[in-house]
Design a protein around this ligand. Structure first.
Ligand SMILES: Nc1ncnc2c1ncn2[C@@H]1O[C@H](COP(=O)(O)OP(=O)(O)OP(=O)(O)O)[C@@H](O)[C@H]1O
Ligand SMILES: [Mg+2]
Length: 269
């Protein structure tokens, strides 16, 4: 199996605002030396207490932010977050990202059709089929992405505010997969949803992973979500991965951090 993503020696620090005119701001370490291999087709769940560096790690892996030190490679090619849009287009085409808040992540002034088509334009995805107008062929890709996430085809002409929270998260997922990525990143994509909708979105991730052969990197504070969706887990604490292995680790946790997370999790019915 080839590696979809490899991270070596990742560090990310932030300088916090200065405290006084002559005092530089303190440095906070968000990610503190992470080595990680994500094999193609793996479904990795990243768990850990709040502030342990999960979101920062995902931004580094997704090439949305540059590490202070260390490297990320995808299928052997370096991912350079600071490179130009043109230089990074190959990686953007291979990846899709879904964030937590389906309200904040969708532009309320754009119709759903435009929102979902946006990555195709930004990534200059070639129009498929024999149609001459770029609009028409992209429209086909948009329609099939909406169909994949179970949204009605008339959704294209409507605005995000006309949809429920769960439907909006489906719109965000359609946008993340419309260009046919190989890796799907999610940062708490289910946590704004109620339990019933959450279960349906978990199902959706499952079927997308199976049908499209996606590699999934999913941050969740919800152990139950990770148990249902992932085959591998990485447990973070204070910017480091303290435990990494099959998701069955959660059944009999040995590391104290993992044990604390499992014990704090509500038991599923
Ligand atoms: N842009 C930033 N500027 C300053 N500090 C930051 C920034 N982003 C993250 N941090 C700090 O880095 C640490 C890790 O943050 P991160 O958001 O990655 O944690 P997390 O595990 O995703 O937490 P949560 O579960 O609450 O989402 C925290 O101490 C946070 O305050
Ligand atoms: Mg976070």
């Amino acid at each position: 199996m080839t590696d979809a993503l490899t991270a070596v020696g990742l560090h990310r620090t932030y300088r916090l605002p200065r405290r006084g005119p002559f005092e530089p701001g303190p440095i906070r370490t968000a990610v503190d030396g992470v080595d990680l291999v994500v094999p193609a087709g793996a479904r990795l769940g990243i768990v850990g207490e709040s502030g342990s560096g999960k979101s920062t790690l995902v931004r580094l892996l997704a090439g949305l932010e540059a590490p202070t030190a260390g490297t990320v490679t995808a299928s052997g090619r370096p991912v350079v977050a600071s490179a130009s849009a043109a230089a990074m287009r190959w990686f953007r085409r291979e990846t899709g990202v879904v964030f937590q808040d389906p309200y904040a992540s969708l532009d309320p002034r754009m119709r759903v059709g435009q929102i979902v088509a946006e990555p195709l334009r930004a990534m200059r995805v070639p129009v498929s089929g024999s149609g001459s107008g770029s609009g028409s062929s992209h429209a086909g890709m948009v329609a099939s992405a909406l169909e994949r996430v179970d949204l009605p085809s008339d959704a294209v002409d409507r605005y995000p505010h006309e949809f429920s929270g769960g439907q909006r998260q489906r719109i965000a997922i359609a946008r993340a997969i419309v260009h046919g990525p190989r890796i799907l990143f999610g940062d708490e994509p289910m946590s704004a949803l109620d339990v019933v909708v959450r279960a349906r979105v978990i199902e959706l991730f499952h079927s997308l992973a199976a049908e499209l052969g996606l590699t999934i990197v999913l941050v969740s504070h919800d152990i139950g979500v990770v148990q249902r969706l992932c085959d591998t887990i990485a447990v973070m604490s204070a910017g480091r991965i303290v435990e990494h292995g099959p998701v069955s680790l959660l059944d009999a946790p040995t590391h104290p951090v993992t044990r604390a997370l499992v014990e704090a999790a509500p038991t599923l019915p």
